[in-house]
Write a protein that binds this ligand. Sequence first.
Ligand SMILES: [Zn+2]
Length: 181
Amino acid sequence: MDTCWSCEKPLKVIKGKPYHYTESGLKNIILHGINQYECTACGEKAAEIPRVEDLHFVISKILVCKKTLLSGCEIRFLRKEMGLKSNVMAKILSVDPSTLSRWENAKGPVDESSDKLLRVIYMCWASEQRKEVLFQDLLKLEPVIHHGHPSKRIPQPAKIELTAAEWTVPTPGPAFVPANC
Ligand SMILES: [Zn+2]
């Protein structure tokens, strides 16, 4: 990438600046160690993200192991990762499409059993895709979702910070270890 895709003027390379990865559909993903480009003429900006598929897998792992209920955009992210349309996802979760839509659009919190089912479905799907068993201590998934009154729930993590090495260098061992996440 050396000229602007919009005006064909030279691009400036920006290194070492954190990148807010809003294209993921998630609000709190910050990427480090990737190159960004800015057009010196029209101001267009873009980032060069290597191995997006692996990055999305790492993000999904974090979501599946998190201790708080999935947010609307996180539910949508996991659904899209599996390439499912919302009506198909609703059917799998045995909920009405309007219920799923309400969750995804943050009009109401997901119920705990659907949240858990979605995580387990994602884990099985990812294992199928990668042709290996990716989880360990699956039964420890039980306590990860905080029970109790919504006001007492653990707040959503403000930011998920990822460095390029975290998704470009493969890590050995099971991917999903609920108790340690
Ligand atoms: Zn330009």
